[in-house]
Design a protein around this ligand. Structure first.
Ligand SMILES: [Zn+2]
Length: 260
């Protein structure tokens, strides 16, 4: 067992606004913050990851992948992994089981356009449900990153769970106008403990939040410490692939729609 860091980036876009971004076209201010995340925040985050040669996992809703193909291509061109983050970014717990299944299928179809095999899922709002969990292996998805039941990966519903926590996500720290030092302290201390306990760690960030000039330094500090502590940066896909041999295999190959 080694200490690993998985940087995960949730590229919600306009779909990250409440109710999947319903009415986003008319909400110019809210929409502009999302646009900022895509056109300013995302390149800034990609630059820091590139400076440290760290591959990351980018969870993207299907509608965001459809609306912003250039940004998704930039993520792939930089050598990163794409993950499934719902289709409309509506929380699974607010949808009936049929709509939850359709979210999985539609999101996969949208991401399949980019040619990468999609192996991982993260529930919008981190609200995984039994119906959505059951749909993951049926669609060839091999891991999830939405639950908070442990510090270390575990098996749930036939998939590898790569756990998260709100305290390791940038969003709560900057809900108003917090000092970036708060998140820096938490991420660095958690990384030290991860190195001491020789286990995987996942942190989560959003381009429209951490991609602002004074905040992206938090990521830079974290990756500097990754080097000095000898922690291995690893995408979720590679981490799950490393763990899977000791865990049950997904029963069905991923279903992919041919390109339009
Ligand atoms: Zn999200």
């Amino acid at each position: 067992v080694t200490a690993t860091l998985s940087v995960t980036v949730d590229v919600d876009g306009e779909a990250g606004l409440p109710d999947g971004g319903r009415g986003w076209e008319k909400r110019l201010s809210s929409r502009s913050e999302r646009t900022y995340g895509l056109v300013r925040g995302l390149p800034r985050v990609l630059k820091v990851l590139d400076d440290f040669d760290v591959p990351a996992t980018f969870y993207v809703p299907g509608v965001t992948a459809e609306r912003h193909p250039d940004e998704v291509r930039a993520i792939i061109a930089s050598g990163h992994e794409l993950g499934h983050h719902g289709h409309t970014h509506r929380r699974p717990d607010l949808l009936d089981p049929a709509d939850q299944r359709s979210e999985i299928a539609q999101g996969l179809a949208a991401l399949a356009e980019y040619g990468q095999e999609i192996r991982g899922y993260r529930a919008p709002g981190w609200e995984l449900t039994p119906a959505t969990l059951a749909a993951l292996p049926e669609h060839g998805l091999q891991f999830d990153s939405s639950l908070m039941g442990d510090d270390e990966p575990y098996i749930v519903g036939g998939v590898v769970e790569l756990p998260v926590h709100w305290s390791l996500d940038d969003a709560p720290y900057f809900a108003s106008t917090a000092d970036p030092q708060g998140l820096t302290n938490v991420w660095l201390r958690e990384l030290e403990l991860t190195a001491a306990e020789r286990r995987p760690l996942t942190v989560t960030l959003h381009p429209e939040i951490l991609g602002r000039p004074h905040r992206v330094d938090v990521l830079r500090r974290l990756l500097e410490r990754v080097r000095t502590l000898g922690v291995e940066p690893l995408t979720h896909g590679r981490l799950a692939g490393r763990l899977r041999p000791t865990m049950p295999a997904a029963p069905h190959p991923q279903r992919q729609r041919p390109p339009r």
